[in-house]
Ligand binder design. Structure first.
Ligand code: SPV
Ligand code: MG
Length: 431
């Protein structure tokens, strides 16, 4: 009997999968590799059931001789172990970001004259409907809210990108890249006070109120499934903060980050060029405690942001605050810096980790942007936020377009820098 191999990374079995199994019968005995959650989330939909459930679901199917785990997106390890005569797959991966994974399969199979069988991808109305239902499910509060905590267990570092509108949320949702045989996508979205305010043409001084911030969150949620971390500025008055925690939790936000400043908050990257005041440890701990008491689920996170390094208050102050905030109930610590080098961030993280190995650490490497995600993870950092780069790239592009049209009295000169209308239309999902 010839050996056939297929890899599934799905949590619903539909006609497309059954078709693969049916066709595999013609070639031999089928082994299915089930892709682990850790690998699946690098390029696919987030699973709505556990890995064991996905495994059992596939074991229960007819005409499947055996089911094994596939640990990596690359088929290499399982192919070398199994040496199948055939690998079977839908033909859709020829054209998407999995093209290099496909090529690797073809190259490996050559070693024993194995063959890749590609069958037309099933994209009928039923399959389309199932995909849509699953996506809609993931956007619901009960699935979205807990996803950040799930990701913290699954990812070496949770990669978070700033969004402030439906269109930026679509970029965060849909951008998947292939790089040296690895696939990757962003894990979460950051709704920045700076960029949410900037998009509205307003200064970053807590002027854009919570109702308006919630409108932005709603626009983002409408078109995406990834978890949201909200920049909650100072959190405002404790009496107001508790209500906002309830609202955010109910609509499906995963975390709020509040910073230990008071009064008219100014953006941290101004540093001491403007007057900024830090809250007392006691007051800020009371805010954290009140927020934690107000929340109803275990999913929601209140993350405390420490501004001591921004305000030149020193490492000891930053660490004292971190331990106090964790004791008050903070689910994570964000440490911020406006230095060009990451030294003070690493020193903080290393010292914090000597005493606390589990509380998640969040960083925003805007000024010290030389750091890589691997380096951050090595210092015990769990979440990296790219807090403003989408806004900062879009603004000059739009400004240059405006300048070009004014100079040339027409739009032709700038046209080759613009996204074709057809592409922008297909970016938007239709109901
Ligand atoms: C934001 O994105 O609004 C932040 C991060 O708070 S920073 O601008 O670096 O202070
Ligand atoms: Mg902010």
């Amino acid at each position: 009997m010839k050996k056939v191999y297929a890899c599934f990374s799905t949590d619903v079995i539909h006609d497309g999968h059954l078709n693969i199994i049916e066709r595999a019968k013609e070639y031999g005995q089928l082994t299915i590799g089930v892709l682990t959650d850790e690998s699946m989330i690098k390029f696919d939909r987030f699973p709505t059931i556990s890995f064991e459930e996905r495994l059992n679901q596939i074991k229960s199917l007819n005409n499947v001789a055996s089911v094994i785990t596939q640990n990596t997106i690359s088929y290499k390890d399982n192919l070398l172990k199994l040496k199948p005569d055939y690998v079977i797959h839908g033909d859709n991966w020829k054209y998407n970001e999995q093209a290099s994974i496909r090529q690797e399969v073809i190259d490996i199979l050559k070693d024993w004259n194995g063959q890749l069988i590609e069958i037309p991808y099933t994209n009928n109305e039923v399959v389309k409907h199932i995909e849509k239902v699953m996506k809609d499910k993931l956007s619901m509060p009960e699935f979205r809210r807990k996803r950040l905590k799930q990701l913290l267990k699954m990812r070496p570092i949770v990669k978070t990108i700033e969004v402030h509108s439906g269109i930026t949320a679509l970029i965060a949702e849909k951008t998947i890249v292939e790089n040296n045989g690895e696939l990757d996508q962003f894990d979460a979205m950051w709704i920045s006070s700076l960029c949410d305010s900037t998009a509205k043409g307003k200064p970053d001084i807590e002027l854009v109120d919570m109702s308006s911030r919630i409108q932005t969150i709603d626009d983002v949620m409408d078109v995406s499934t990834k978890p949201i971390i909200l920049d909650g500025d100072t959190g405002g008055l404790i009496e107001h903060f508790v209500y906002n925690v309830r609202t955010l939790e109910r609509i499906g936000v995963s975390a709020i980050i509040i910073e230990d400043k008071t009064g008219l908050k100014k953006n941290s990257l101004f540093g001491n060029d403007v007057i900024q005041t830090q809250d007392t440890i006691e007051n800020f701990c009371n805010k954290i405690k009140a927020g934690k008491q107000a929340q109803l689920s275990d999913d929601f996170m209140i993350i405390a942001r420490i501004e001591s390094l921004i305000l030149d208050k020193g490492m000891t102050d930053a660490l004292n605050r971190a331990f106090a905030y964790v004791k008050a109930g903070a689910d994570g610590i964000m440490i911020h810096s406006r230095k060009k080098k990451p030294d003070e961030i690493y020193e903080f993280c290393d010292k914090f980790r000597e005493q606390d190995q589990s509380t998640p650490i969040v960083v925003v490497p805007t000024s010290y942007n030389i750091v890589t995600e691997n380096e951050l993870a090595m210092h015990g950092i769990n979440i990296v936020i790219y807090a403003n780069q989408l806004t900062r790239s879009a603004f000059p592009a739009m400004q240059n377009t405006a300048i070009s049209i004014l100079k040339n009295h027409r739009a032709k000169e700038v046209d080759d820098k613009l996204m074709p209308i057809k592409e922008i239309i297909t970016l938007i999902d239709e109901l």
